[in-house]
Design a protein around this ligand. Structure first.
Ligand code: NAD
Length: 381
């Protein structure tokens, strides 16, 4: 089969779904590869590099979509892109099936199969295809780098001939995939790092990374905010108050706050209030990785960087993986390549779209002219 990757059309999107390296691997599965000219340039991959890896360079998006059996891309397709799908074609991409009913129906009506990368079940066997985790890992890392770039001081403490520099204090709120990446980056830069999560079971992981877990003075802690299937649920008002009281105590102390707290299928909980921002030191930085879901900080403006009257920088960018396009593309293209490995069990260039397979079934949101979202819960943990 021919796998084609178009140039991303969303303005500012620098990632690409196929790299020269992933193309070599896809060819080992018996597939041929094509890419729209210039699609990899913003991620650091030239047409020549693809050509050397045996990839056909196609001049236009229209020709690429028309002549590929499988389209691999990053961003949720535009209407124009969905209209380009044809009978029997497969699209592998982020798709936001829960909030994209119209396009789901359009794709199903066209007879195309859509594999939505955010729907890959979060089970051990599927980790290699888990694009949400690969992108969250990058976002967590980049959030700290962005914070340090705006902080204007060292993260690590130093004793120099010109004076003593105290280490920066970093608080990470939410210790999921992005939060843990932020914690690892912050401790490796030498900052004193604190982390909080409503799931107390992550405390050990946080501490093993050299950070300090922030415990609340709250008896019900072990039970509350606690997880359903590893995810957070909404906290009780009492728990929330205890959490905010602790954050109020920490706000004047910390230099950097990275917030990553999310609850599946809900707006992000508001955890960093206006008065907390007001009590922070001039020069402090907040990076709100929940900006796309409304933000954990009351003052966050999505996709913007603002500076408050008291000199606190608040960053609400939502494109951290695209800001590290070379790394993000490499990991995403690897996730896609693993998906293709599972879709090509005999490595003979023939796709077997096995809807009995938990992972393939979970990620497939249209197939055989039908919308197949939401999937049944996975059987294997
Ligand atoms: P997420 O992005 O949904 O949320 C980020 C973090 O915010 C979570 O740790 C959550 O507990 C926390 N949070 C929510 N409300 C909060 C609040 N009020 N205060 C502080 N923190 C709050 O999380 P994620 O990174 O997608 O990970 C969620 C779960 O999925 C974790 O248990 C993780 O280990 C698991 N996971 C499993 C796999 C796999 O098995 N393949 C892959 C990725 C993640």
């Amino acid at each position: 089969m021919k796998i084609g990757t178009p140039k991303e059309v969303l303005e500012g999107e620098n990632r690409v779904a196929m790299t020269p390296e992933s193309a070599l691997q896809l060819q080992k599965l018996g597939h041929s590869c094509a890419i729209e000219t210039g699609a990899g340039v913003r991620a650091g991959f030239s047409d020549e590099a693809y050509q050397e890896a045996g990839v056909e360079i196609v001049k236009t998006a229209a020709a690429l979509w028309k002549n590929s059996d499988i389209i691999a891309k990053v961003r949720i397709p535009t209407d124009t892109e969905v209209k380009r799908l044809s009978e029997g074609q497969t699209l592998i991409s982020f798709f936001n099936p829960g909030g994209n009913e119209k396009q789901l129906k359009m794709a199903a009506d066209k007879g195309a199969t859509v594999v939505a990368m955010e729907m890959v079940p979060r089970i051990s066997r599927a980790q290699k295809m888990d694009a949400l985790s690969s992108m969250a890992n990058i976002a967590g890392y980049r959030a700290v780098i962005e914070a340090s770039n705006n902080f204007g001081r060292f993260f690590t403490g130093q004793i120099t001939a010109a004076g003593k520099v105290p280490p920066a204090k970093v608080l990470v709120v939410g210790a999921g995939v992005a939060g843990l990446a932020a914690i690892g980056t912050s401790t490796s830069l030498g900052a004193i790092t604190y982390a909080f999560d409503v799931r107390p079971e992550v405390a050990e992981q946080v501490e093993s990374m050299g950070a300090e877990f922030v415990y609340l003075d709250f008896e019900e802690e072990a039970k509350d905010g606690a997880a359903t299937g590893g995810y957070a649920s909404v906290s009780s008002p009492e728990f929330r108050e205890a959490q905010l009281a602790k954050f109020r105590e920490l706000a004047p102390e910390v230099d950097i706050v990275i917030t990553t707290a999310l609850i599946p299928n809900r707006e992000a909980p508001e955890l960093w209030t206006e008065d907390m921002v007001a009590s922070m030191k001039r020069g402090s930085v907040i990076v709100d990785l929940a900006a796309e879901k409304g933000g954990n900080c009351k003052l966050t403006v999505m996709d913007e960087k603002i500076v408050t009257d008291n000199g606190v920088t608040i960053i609400g960018y939502t494109d951290f993986p695209s800001r590290m396009a070379a790394q993000a593309s490499t990991l995403y293209a690897t996730n896609i390549r693993h998906m293709m490995t599972d879709l090509t069990p005999d490595k003979d260039g023939v796709v077997n779209h096995n809807m009995e397979d938990d992972v393939i079934r979970g990620a497939t949101v249209t197939h055989d002219h039908a919308v197949t979202f939401p999937p049944p819960p996975p059987k294997v943990a």
